[in-house]
Design a protein around this ligand. Structure first.
Ligand SMILES: *[C@@H]1O[C@H](CO)[C@@H](O)[C@H](O)[C@H]1NC(C)=O
Length: 343
């Protein structure tokens, strides 16, 4: 059985012994069972503005905490439409009768929004994107509150909950479609940070049939060695907007199309990683309202991070309509404050 201690071959034996003794004193009987990244500890600035030192190696205790989260029971689905743009109506999985009492319309497209770690329905992502979508088109917006899984300070458990919540949201969408006649091609699923990977997991559990998935600065810590991360086949069209690559956001490409605005990690007008990380949904919101954000094609994501992008074929970032069939890596520059797009 693995002790969870990784030992360098060239370490003196007394150092090794000290590490092992320390480990068993500090965490008796809590072995590591999965190393999500090579680097074990990360400082992650939460939405509360506080830096949390998190352990991205999964221990038995994390799994037992994650097992207590039941997304089928704890997730809450909030419907917003043009008839109720600010006060949500609940949709309860398994309760067909309730749908008819809401403003949900199965002939319209449906947007599904997934927040990130330590967030909830009130996440800035939702306060930015709900009105932007409703202004752009007459559609259903369903905000998923998975704070029962995202709300733990134990980051490794929140990563595990990202997966089980995604499976549960996929069951919810299957149920809603059966109950109303809606189809996967009517859906656009967007997630921020942990929610971006969850958007992919939802699509994967629906066989990749969802029309459009957008990953808004998909989370980096805990996903490097994690096979559950967002991937191109999760939807008919997948797009990722990288704004804090290498810190809170994933560095390498994840979608059919990956945008690295301003190089993907330091956004003009920001002086914190949290601000950079949040710019992804602000750019998305503006793209829904006014378009713009024309990207230049790059050969590699390292090229995109340094603005070395001279290939033919521009593509617009974000927007209401999936750019189905498009692939590649793109770079663009933004302004430091709204309007962010430079055209
Ligand atoms: C980023 O978004 C989070 C979540 O909504 C919010 O709590 C936080 O204040 C935002 N931070 C910045 C710097 O914009």
């Amino acid at each position: 059985m693995s002790s969870g201690v990784s030992l360098e071959n060239n370490m003196p034996i007394n150092v090794c012994l000290n590490i092992i003794i320390f480990y068993y004193l500090a965490f008796p009987g809590d072995p590591v069972i999965q190393k999500l990244d090579e680097q074990r500890y990360h400082y992650i600035q939460g939405p509360d503005g506080v830096s949390h030192l998190v352990d991205v190696w999964v221990k038995v205790s994390d799994i037992s905490e994650a097992a207590r989260y039941n997304p089928d029971r704890q997730n809450v689905y909030h419907l917003f439409t043009r008839d109720n743009p600010t006060v949500s109506q609940p949709i309860l999985m398994g309760n067909e009768g309730l749908i008819g009492l809401t403003n949900y319309n199965a002939r319209r497209r449906t947007i599904v929004l997934l927040h990130g770690w330590l967030e909830s329905v009130t996440a800035d992502m939702n306060t930015v994107l709900v009105p932007a979508f409703l202004a752009a088109e007459d559609l259903n917006v369903i905000v998923v509150d998975w704070s029962g899984g995202a709300g733990t300070i134990n980051y490794a458990a929140a990563v595990a909950n990202t997966v089980t919540s995604g499976q549960s949201v996929a069951r919810f969408i299957s149920w809603l479609n059966t109950a109303t006649g809606a189809v996967p091609t009517q859906y656009h699923i967007l997630g921020h940070s942990l929610g971006a990977h969850q958007a992919g997991i939802i699509g994967r559990n629906l066989g990749g049939s969802i029309a459009y998935v957008t990953g808004l600065d998909a989370a980096f810590p805990g996903w490097v060695n994690n096979g559950n991360r967002l991937r191109p086949s999760d939807a008919v069209y997948t797009e990722v907007i990288h704004t804090n690559a290498g810190v809170l956001g994933y560095v390498a490409t994840l979608g059919d199309v990956d945008f690295y605005p301003n190089g993907g990690s330091d956004m003009p007008g920001c002086n914190s990683n949290e601000c950079d990380h949040n710019r992804s949904f602000h750019y998305m919101g503006e793209s829904l309202r006014t378009g713009g954000f024309t990207g230049r094609r790059c050969a590699t994501y390292l090229g995109a991070m340094t603005g070395n992008c001279f290939l033919l074929g521009n593509l617009r970032m974000g927007g209401l309509v999936p750019k189905t069939g498009s692939t590649g890596i793109f770079w663009l520059q933004t302004n430091a404050s709204p309007p962010f797009s430079r055209g």
